[in-house]
Ligand binder design. Structure first.
Ligand code: ADP
Length: 195
C-alpha cells in the first residue's frame, strides 16, 4: 500500500485538497481528527490530562477546553513534555491502527493528511509527499475571511510552523493554490491517475 503524505502551511488549502481526494474515493487518515478523538470525554487520555493539569481544563459538559489546556501545557517545558507523554503514544497508536486498517482492507493507497508532516519529520516514512502551496498574503486573506482569525494570530501560527522553502523542498508534488478552487480541483483530478 502506497503511503501518501499531504501537507501544507495553515491556510494553504490542505483540508480542501483532502476533501477533493476523498471525493475521488481515496481514503484519508486525518491527523487533526485523530488528535481530537483521543481526548474525547470518557477517554483515558482525557482523564490523565485532568489529573495532570486540573479539572479547569474541562467544560461543564466534560469536553476539553483546548485553549485552557494549551495555556497550562505550554507554560513550561516540563508541562509540555507531560502533555506529550500523555497524548503522543495514543495519537501514534491510533494512526498506526488506521494505516493497518487501510492495508487490511486492500487499499492500494492511503493519504495521510498531516499539517506538521514535515515539521515532525514524518515525511520520511511516506512513499510520496504532496505539498499544497499558496502565497502567504493569500493564505492570510483566506483565513481572515473564512475562519474569522485576526492577522496577528495567523502570522504567529505561520511563524510557529516550518518555513515554506523547507516544506517545498520536501515535496514530490506541489499543488498550486494561488488560483481558484476550480484550478485546484483540476490539479487534483490530474493527480489521481498518477498516485
Ligand atoms: P488548510 O487546511 O491548509 O489550513 P483550508 O483548506 O481550510 O486550509 O483553506 C483555508 C480557507 O481558504 C478555507 O476557508 C477554504 O475554503 C479557503 N480556500 C481554499 N482554497 C481556496 C481557493 N483556491 N480559493 C478561495 N478560497 C479557498
Amino acid at each position: 500500500m502506497k503511503k501518501i503524505g499531504l501537507t501544507g502551511g495553515i491556510g494553504s488549502g490542505k483540508s480542501t485538497v483532502a476533501r477533493m481526494l476523498s471525493d475521488h474515493n481515496i481514503p484519508i487518515i486525518d491527523a487533526d481528527r485523530i488528535a481530537r478523538s483521543i481526548v474525547e470525554p470518557g477517554t483515558p487520555a482525557l482523564a490523565e490530562l485532568v489529573d495532570a493539569f486540573g479539572s479547569d481544563i474541562l467544560h461543564p459538559d466534560g469536553s476539553l477546553r483546548r485553549a485552557e489546556l494549551a495555556r497550562r501545557a505550554f507554560a513550561t517545558p516540563e508541562a509540555t513534555s507531560l502533555l506529550n507523554t500523555i497524548t503522543h503514544p495514543r495519537i501514534q497508536a491510533e494512526t498506526s491502527r488506521q494505516f493497518a486498517q487501510a492495508e487490511a482492507a486492500g487499499q492500494p493507497r492511503v493519504v495521510y493528511d498531516m499539517p506538521l508532516l514535515i515539521d515532525n519529520g514524518l515525511h520520511t516514512g511516506m512513499d510520496l509527499v504532496i505539498v499544497v502551496h499558496a502565497d502567504e498574503d493569500i493564505r492570510i486573506r483566506r483565513l481572515m475571511r473564512h475562519r474569522g482569525l485576526d492577522e496577528a494570530d495567523i502570522r504567529r501560527r505561520i511563524a510557529s510552523q516550518i518555513d515554506e522553502a523547507t516544506r517545498l523542498r520536501a515535496a514530490d508534488i506541489i499543488l498550486d493554490n494561488n488560483g481558484t478552487e476550480a484550478h485546484l480541483r483540476n490539479q487534483v483530478a490530474k493527480l489521481i491517475g498518477k498516485i
